[in-house]
Design a protein around this ligand. Sequence first.
Ligand code: NAP
Length: 299
Amino acid sequence: MRALQFSEYGGPEVLSVGEAPDPSPGPGQVRIRVRAASVNPVDWKIRGGFMAQGEPLEGLGTIGWDAAGVVDELGEGVTDVAVGDDVFGLGSATAAELAVLNAYARKPASIDWAVAAAAGVAAETSIRALDLVGVGAGSTVLVDGGAGGVGAVAVQIAVARGATVVATASEPNLGYLREIGATAIHYGDGLADRARAAAPGGFDAVFDVAGKTDAAVLTGLVSAPSQVVSIANFAATAAGAQVTSGGEGDPRAAMAETARLLEQNQLVIKVQTFPIDRAVEAFGISESGHVRGKLVLLP
Ligand SMILES: NC(=O)c1ccc[n+]([C@@H]2O[C@H](COP(=O)([O-])OP(=O)(O)OC[C@H]3O[C@@H](n4cnc5c(N)ncnc54)[C@H](OP(=O)(O)O)[C@@H]3O)[C@@H](O)[C@H]2O)c1
């Protein structure tokens, strides 16, 4: 099968589409014929060698952590979907013709392949983080970095739960934040004052998506520092914030919740699609750090 891969760490130019062995689903997993797979910053952090701790790359590097497609093989014990069903969810090496998913849900018929693919990592991460700080009906939450892949999904999930959401972005994305239900403020110097003005009753929780704001500024907005959760600033624990990189929560339940939200139009994801042969372009945009919504590759 054709797959997006790299044989050395480096910039987007090390990516190429080449031949790879067909993957096989393990117990509880499904293999899909991929219709779309999204780009996540972790892809370029791995590809750039930023997570290799100086070790050289062994074998071929793969790309992709979520996808949508048609089930073409079932792993042992899978009974909730059948060959031919349309699904989306989380896996690995998903930027390929075939991929294995380990947490998946049925794709609502009304939802585009690219949108379903875009939902995987962004929604699982959002649900995990919002749950860690108990965001629900009546909460007031700040989402710092609200217009990108994870942020825009987190804003909408929090709104769907009945929370009041204040979110940050750069000037061109403030209108988009309002469109998806947040009170929009600029990030950068003066963020804490703008946030307090936007939520005079204070915040119950902060979701630090971008990892760019000093953690002490964010913990200063809540009554207990542990009501801040970061997915991108691993030093935030020093200020008492929670940090998550996976492991908590139930990814399968998260995909089921995501399917419901997509079907009910409570989660609408803006996507920009690229044929997989133009992955270098998509990664160039992702690495700029100013994505609106999600970038999606079509194999
Ligand atoms: N730990 C985990 O489990 C986990 C899971 C998924 C992602 N992540 C990490 O989370 C981060 C965000 O992922 P993503 O997919 O949402 O990335 P993305 O789609 O590239 O979005 C990045 C966002 O950051 C915003 N931003 C840039 N500079 C900022 C600043 N100074 N202050 C506040 N916001 C700023 C951008 O807003 P503008 O465009 O308006 O500038 C953009 O909306 C990445 O580092 C990713 O690796 C971690």
